[in-house]
Design a protein around this ligand. Structure first.
Ligand SMILES: *[C@@H]1O[C@H](CO)[C@@H](O)[C@H](O)[C@H]1NC(C)=O
Ligand SMILES: *[C@@H]1O[C@H](CO)[C@@H](O)[C@H](O)[C@H]1NC(C)=O
Ligand SMILES: *[C@@H]1O[C@H](CO)[C@@H](O)[C@H](O)[C@H]1NC(C)=O
Length: 929
């Protein structure tokens, strides 16, 4: 469809949501304002009509006039949102979830609010007039276009078809060999096997498979073979016919035409039953397509193969059988990438790069992120330019914009376009969201998810929370190879993620078309735009960001990634004063020392992050932010929250804590926040961390009302608090993370009173403080993936209680045990990937029995001063990738040396690092890898 219809569709549906809320408010409150209600009703009617038109356009080509009309409709929807939001700013009422606060009910009759209502009313009337006109125009155009299309519908061209070339095989020799081995290896007794080759468009998977497919060595093993390009709009019937033609050597086209689909299937099955066949299904997108093709095929004679190439990793995962093989194609490594680039760019120079172009070559190759297709494209383009640095710099600078031109770079855009079009509207928005962040920026999963939610991209689905649905979305984008994970947590969740540079260029392009975000970056010369700015992202503080503020009024999201003095002084007077309608404000890391009071006037805020700033006090007026869902004050200096925080009834995430340890974890290296009585009022809370319970004893009882909690962090607990805490935790059936810390290093934590009603869904548990023993219920937590025991000083080894946890992946122990020996029993801790031992004073022996911790990847041991020997049988931890030791005994460190007699025990570990603290200041590293 017209690409920019995405923003129109999104804007219209957002506007519809908002009108619905306003109308339901008016229905309750504004009895005497029938005409206003009538006008608002008209807007709903008009928007619904527009929505229907846009749906009708879905998937159809459109011309420039129509595109322009659609962009007008989008702006109309924006205007509606603006008018209604202005009204909401003046009438501080939560329309959400039909909960109207008492406060608001009382003040609604005030003159000021009638004024706001009147103003909205006249705006709404004007909009209705405009909309009538727009709808007529749009309707006319769409009908006209549909007629046009009917005549040429058969002639839609497949854009993404790229012809692979033999000489693009650089870097794939290994993959080629693997594939060939799979294809020639099996005997005739083997069954039908699928081989999956998965990788993003441009990664070279088709080139690779084509290369293998054409090899004589392979083909001679098969009785017949076929290559089928399964386009996304393919017709199964035609695919089957094409297969029949290639595999069964049907000579005459006319023979085929006479068969109906059932007969084609019959013939395929009959002919292939006793043959060993090789079938390539190239570029498969959907599970349904795949299934209906594969179902038509018999097992064949032994050793038949189907190779499926797909950009969609999720598809491979959900369809793969036990004997199948998946080959994942990642980008080329640096050396191979340069080799390929030079081959393309300097063909007349024998693939060698002239010295004066080296710097620019490397910069350009870096932008390609190892995508062979991209490298090849840029390289060939450059081979046609004059080989002088100025010219190359010009190309480098324009790498983003060239994509849209008719150059070979357009290929990259084209190969991504199908991936993009395949996304639902919400996923498209989530994907475009990456255009907000600077180049090479990795974003934490949880931050991204909360932002998406604040934007309204996520809709509740099948009893899942918005957060869960958003995580599904993220995984979907990752599975489609559009987003890459920069770092995984040990428990298999995404920690931080980003998009590759070239994909980023594509996103930026789309984002511009959609007017998705206005980015102020270094290279920007103008800061004015013809359209209203909905999202503003400041990447570079030297931009002329403050020149013209008139466009700011409609900004809904603001991000600032780089600060300087002018921005610091301007943020309050210029920026915040102008952004009345903003919903997401992300000032993470801003050089702020106090909470800018202007923020509380941004009454429509849903997401506010002052994370990492020096802010120490939250003003009482925070209560004005009645729509706030996320308040992120992590790593700030805030230690107290005012009572008024409880006015924020929609709050889902309240994060206030700070770590300030230097070299070692110390008991008091974390700081929490004190809250007054009343926390039970925040019943929508999902994350609440870290609350200091020292002074406020009722708190633990109050907590039991917070049944939506997923994460709860408490500090300052006394032993006698245990009973009340257990009683509250029992009510939190959705709790997945619990972090509990005693008031004092010697104070006991007592959580034994949980009976049978313990939080069975707990996945992460941190206990910090003395323990008499591990509470019995912990051993029954089947979902537990991570546990941290700190300062427990247990007399008996905690391993007995923990070794029965079937899914434990991370175990951290800091001063958790006072014994001398830790014994990891045979065949226990089967899923453990990360083990950390720290400050276990008397520990001198660690024993790893047979098949204990078979999956351990990382082992770190810190300041266990009595430990002089390497863990016994550490050589049996074959999966171990990293051994990190900190401030260990010299004898221990000596055993890591290459020439040590004990070295054979750790020879298999790729990374072995030892750190020692010098002068209580800095860690120095000795590398024994
Ligand atoms: C700011 O921009 C608007 C529209 O883009 C324009 O009408 C206005 O004159 C500009 N103001 C200044 C001070 O440049
Ligand atoms: C918790 O509050 C108490 C009493 O105000 C204070 O002494 C203590 O330092 C606080 N603890 C933390 C970790 O913030
Ligand atoms: C270590 O592994 C070897 C070979 O798998 C096995 O024979 C031996 O029993 C294991 N020893 C211990 C103590 O784990």
């Amino acid at each position: 469809m017209a690409e920019l219809a995405l923003s129109a569709v999104s804007a219209v549906s957002a506007a519809l949501d908002l009108v619905g809320e306003v109308l339901s408010f008016l229905n309750r409150k504004a009895n005497r304002q029938k005409d206003v209600r009538g006008d608002v009703q008209k807007i709903i009617h008009g928007l619904s009509t527009v929505q229907a038109y846009l749906k009708h356009m879905d998937g159809k080509e459109s011309d420039d006039i129509l595109k322009e009309r659609v962009s007008q409709v989008r702006d109309l929807a924006y205007d509606i949102e603006d008018v209604l939001d202005e009204f909401r700013v003046h009438v501080p009422i939560k329309f959400h979830r039909h909960r109207i606060s008492k406060y608001a009910e009382e003040v609604i009759h005030y003159f000021k609010h009638w004024n706001a209502l009147r103003e909205m009313s006249s705006e709404v009337q004007r909009i209705n007039t405009r909309m009538e006109y727009d709808i007529k125009e749009l309707g006319g155009l769409i009908r006209f276009n549909s007629l046009e299309e009917g005549s040429s519908s058969g002639a839609r061209v497949e854009l993404c078809h790229v012809t692979p070339k033999e000489d693009d095989m650089v870097g794939f020799e290994g993959h080629k060999e693997t594939l060939i081995n799979h294809l020639v290896g099996d005997s005739r007794s083997a069954g039908l096997k699928h081989i999956w080759v998965v990788g993003i468009g441009g990664s070279g998977k088709t080139i690779l498979v084509k290369n293998v497919y054409e090899s004589k060595k392979v083909l001679k093993k098969y009785d017949c073979h076929a290559w089928i390009h399964v386009s996304r709009s393919c017709k199964i019937n035609e695919v089957l016919r094409s297969m029949l033609k290639q595999l069964c050597k049907v000579r005459k086209q006319s023979d085929l035409l006479e068969l109906d689909e059932g007969e084609v299937r019959d013939k395929l099955r009959k002919d292939l039953q006793w043959r060993r066949y090789l079938l390539v299904l190239d570029d498969v997108w959907g599970e349904d397509d795949l299934k209906s093709i594969v179902h038509a095929l018999p097992q064949g004679s032994g050793g038949s193969k189907i190779i499926v190439t797909s950009p969609n990793h999720n598809l491979a995962k959900s369809c793969v059988g036990p004997s199948d093989y998946i080959l994942e194609i990642k980008g080329l490594d640096w050396k191979k990438a340069c080799e390929l680039f030079c081959k393309k760019a300097f063909p007349s120079n024998g693939g060698r790069c002239p010295r004066e172009l080296e710097e620019w070559s490397q910069k350009i190759v870096k932008k390609c992120e190892g995508l062979p297709l991209a490298i090849a494209a840029v390289g060939s383009l450059l081979s046609k330019k004059s080989q002088i640095p100025v010219e190359w710099k010009k190309l480098y600078d324009s790498l983003g914009s060239e994509i849209d031109s008719d150059s070979s770079l357009a290929i990259i855009s084209r190969i991504l376009l199908p991936s993009y079009k395949d996304l639902s509207i919400n996923l498209k928005n989530c994907f475009l969201y990456f255009s907000i962040f600077p180049e090479d920026y990795s974003i934490a999963r949880e931050r991204l998810i909360r932002l998406w939610i604040a934007e309204g991209f996520i809709k509740e689905r099948g009893g899942k929370t918005l957060e869960d649905v958003a995580e599904d979305y993220l995984n979907e984008l990752i599975g489609r190879n559009l987003v890459v994970v920069s770092k995984w947590d040990f428990d298999g969740r995404v920690s931080i993620c980003r998009v590759q540079n070239l994909i980023k260029e594509f996103i930026i392009l789309k984002s511009k078309e959609e007017n998705f975000v206005k980015v102020l970056a270094e290279s920007d010369s103008s800061s004015s735009t013809k359209y209203k700015i909905r999202r503003l992202s400041i990447h570079h503080s030297k931009t002329r960001w403050s020149d013209n503020m008139s466009g700011l009024r409609c900004v809904r999201s603001l991000f600032i990634f780089e600060w300087d003095d002018s921005l610091r002084s301007g943020i309050r007077t210029v920026l915040l004063d102008n952004l009345k309608l903003v919903r997401s404000l992300d000032l993470e890391g801003a050089p702020l020392t106090e909470f800018p009071e202007e923020i509380v006037e941004l009454t429509l805020l849903r997401y506010l992050s002052l994370r990492g700033t020096q802010v120490a006090k939250v003003p009482k007026s925070i209560k004005k932010l009645a729509y706030l869902e996320t308040l992120d004050l992590k790593h700030t200096c805030v230690t107290k929250l005012p009572f008024e925080i409880y006015a924020l009834k929609l709050l889902r995430h309240l994060l206030v804590y700070r770590y300030n340890f230097k070299n070692y974890v110390a008991f008091d290296s974390v700081q929490g926040v004190e809250v007054p009585a009343g926390v039970a009022g925040l019943s929508a809370l999902q994350k609440l961390s870290l609350i200091n319970a020292t002074k406020h004893k009722k708190l633990l009882e109050e907590l039991k009302v917070l049944v939506e909690l997923r994460k709860l962090g408490l500090i300052g607990l006394k032993r006698e608090d245990g009973t009340a805490l257990c009683a509250s935790i029992k009510e939190m059936r959705k709790l997945s993370t619990l972090d509990v810390r005693s008031s004092h290093k010697e104070e006991y934590i007592e959580l034994d009173n949980m009976n049978d009603n313990h939080p069975i869904n707990l996945q992460r548990l941190y206990l910090k403080g003395r323990l008499h023993k591990i509470p019995g219920w912990i051993s029954t937590l089947h979902s537990l993936v991570r546990i941290g025991l700190k300062w427990s000083r247990l007399e008996t080894s905690p391993l007995e209680a923990l070794q029965v946890l079937p899914n434990l992946m991370e175990l951290e122990m800091v001063d958790a045990y006072t014994g001398e020996t830790l014994e990891f029993k045979a065949e226990t801790f089967k899923e453990l990937k990360f083990l950390h031992l720290e400050q276990i004073d008397r520990l001198n022996t660690v024993i790893v029995e047979a098949k204990a911790m078979p999956k351990l990847e990382k082992l770190s041991i810190c300041k266990c001063e009595k430990m002089e020997m390497l863990p016994l049988y550490i050589s049996n931890l074959t999966k171990l990738q990293e051994l990190l030791v900190y401030d260990m005994h010299n004898n221990f460190i000596n055993r890591l040396q290459k020439n040590s007699d004990f070295r054979y025990m750790i020879e298999h570990i790729p990374i072995i690092h030892s750190f020692t603290l010098e002068n209580n200041q800095d860690w120095t590293l000795q590398n024994f890898s």
